[in-house]
Write a protein that binds this ligand. Structure first.
Ligand code: UT7
Length: 332
C-alpha cells in the first residue's frame, strides 16, 4: 500500500477593491511613503468597505473562485478549516457559515486561530486529516478583515495591515508530493507584545473599554520584530538542514508578509536569491491569515510539479513555524 501524502491541488484568492495607499494614509496620520516603504515594504493595502460585511465575505469569494477554477463540486468537500484572527463574531464559527454559503453541505468546519500563523498551522491540520486516509478533500481558507481591529489614528499599526482572503484545497497524493515536513512552535511570552486587550473573557466589552480604545490591535513592534526575525529564520534554516536541502534545491520561499525586512532576514539565512522569494506585501500589506495563500494565488502560474517550497510564518502569541512542501501540479 502506498503512503498517502497531503497535496495542495487548487488555489483561490480575493482582495477587496478599495486601495488604501501610503499617500492616503499620510493624510490620516503623521507618516509618509518613504518611511513606510523603507521600514516595511508596504506601498498599498486593500480594505473591505462593504457595509455590514466581515471576514466571511472575503473567505466565500476566495473559496468560490477556487471551486469554479478547479471545477470542484462543493458537495464533495469533507471539511472546511477557517484560519482567521478576525472571525465574523465571537462564538458562532465563521467557517461553518462559509461552508454553508459555498454549498459545502457535507462538510464539517471550524475556525483555527493562531494570529499570523493561523494559515500555516491550518496547513498542518489539513494535512493530518488527509494523511489519516479518512478525508479526501479539505478546504483551508485564510482570511482576515484587519481593518476591523486597526486604529486608524495609530501610525505604528495602521500602516502595516490590510484585508484579504486566500484558499487552498488539500487532497491525497500517492506520488509522494505535498507536505513533507513541518516545524511548528509557540511561546506565550508574546502575549503582551501583540494583542487586543478588551472584548475577550478577561476584559469583556464595556463603555470604559471603548472609551479607552482597548478593542484595537496593540503591537510592541520592536519586540515582535526581533522575535520574528530570529525565529522565522531559525525554523526555515532548520527545516532545510533536516531535509538536506540546499538553496539550489529550493524553488520558492513563501514567507508571511509582515515586514519586508523580516522576509529579507529569512531569505538571507537560507542563502536564497530574491527571485526565489514570493512577495506581495507591497500590494496587500500584512493580511495576517491570508498572506501565504495570497502568495500562492499571485504566483500560481509560475509553480511547477515537483517544486520544493518552504512556507514560513511568525505571528502573535507568539506562534511560528516552517513547512516543506513539494508542489503537486503544473500551471493550467
Ligand atoms: O504579522 C506578525 C506580527 N507583526 C510583525 O511582524 C511586525 C513587526 N514589527 C515591525 O514590522 C516594525 O517594528 C514596525 C514596522 C511596526 C515599526 O518599525 P521600526 O523600524 O521597528 O520602527 P520603531 O517602532 O523603532 O520606530 C522608529 C521611529 C520612532 O521615532 P523616534 O522615536 O525614533 O523618534 C517612531 O515614532 O519611527 C517612528 N514611527 C513612524 N514614523 C513615521 C513609527 N511609526 C511611524 C510611521 N511613520 N508610520
Amino acid at each position: 500500500m502506498s503512503t498517502i501524502t497531503a497535496a495542495i491541488t487548487a488555489v483561490g484568492g480575493y482582495v477587496p477593491e478599495y486601495v488604501l495607499t501610503n499617500e492616503i494614509l499620510s493624510t490620516m496620520v503623521d507618516t509618509n511613503d518613504e518611511w513606510i516603504t523603507s521600514r516595511t515594504g508596504v506601498k498599498e493595502r486593500r480594505i473591505l468597505k462593504e457595509e455590514g460585511q466581515g471576514t466571511s465575505f472575503m473567505a466565500i469569494k476566495a473559496a468560490q473562485q477556487l471551486l469554479s477554477k478547479s471545477n470542484t463540486n462543493p458537495e464533495d468537500i469533507d471539511m472546511v478549516i477557517m484560519a482567521t484572527a478576525t472571525p465574523d463574531m465571537p462564538v458562532a464559527s465563521t467557517g461553518v457559515y462559509v461552508a454553508s454559503q459555498i454549498g459545502a453541505v457535507n462538510a464539517f468546519s471550524y475556525d483555527l486561530v493562531a494570529a499570523c500563523s493561523s494559515f500555516l498551522f491550518g496547513m498542518s491540520t489539513a494535512a493530518k486529516y488527509i494523511e489519516s486516509g479518512r478525508y479526501k478533500k479539505v478546504l483551508l481558507i485564510g482570511a482576515d478583515k484587519m481593518s476591523s481591529i486597526v486604529d486608524y489614528t495609530d501610525r505604528t499599526t495602521c500602516i502595516i495591515f490590510g484585508d484579504g482572503a486566500g484558499a487552498v484545497l488539500f487532497e491525497p497524493n500517492t506520488e509522494g508530493l505535498g507536505v513533507q515536513d513541518e516545524i511548528l512552535r509557540s511561546d506565550g511570552i508574546g502575549r503582551k507584545s501583540l494583542k487586543i486587550d478588551a472584548g475577550g473573557s478577561i476584559l469583556p466589552p464595556s463603555n470604559q473599554t471603548i472609551a479607552d480604545n482597548q478593542h484595537y490591535i496593540y503591537q510592541d513592534g520592536k519586540t515582535v520584530f526581533k522575535f520574528a526575525v530570529s525565529n522565522m529564520a531559525d525554523v526555515s534554516e532548520k527545516i532545510m538542514k533536516r531535509n538536506n536541502l540546499t538553496a539550489d534545491d529550493i524553488t520558492w520561499l513563501v514567507p508571511h508578509q509582515a515586514n519586508k525586512r523580516i522576509i529579507d532576514a529569512t531569505s538571507r539565512r537560507m542563502n536564497l536569491p530574491e527571485d526565489k522569494v514570493m512577495l506581495n506585501i507591497h500590494k496587500y500589506g500584512n493580511t495576517t491569515s491570508a498572506t501565504l495563500p495570497l502568495c500562492l494565488f499571485d504566483y500560481e502560474n509560475q509553480l511547477k510539479k515537483g517544486d520544493n517550497i518552504v512556507f514560513a510564518a511568525f505571528g502573535g502569541g507568539f506562534t511560528w513555524g516552517a513547512m516543506y512542501v513539494k508542489w503537486a501540479y503544473d500551471p493550467k
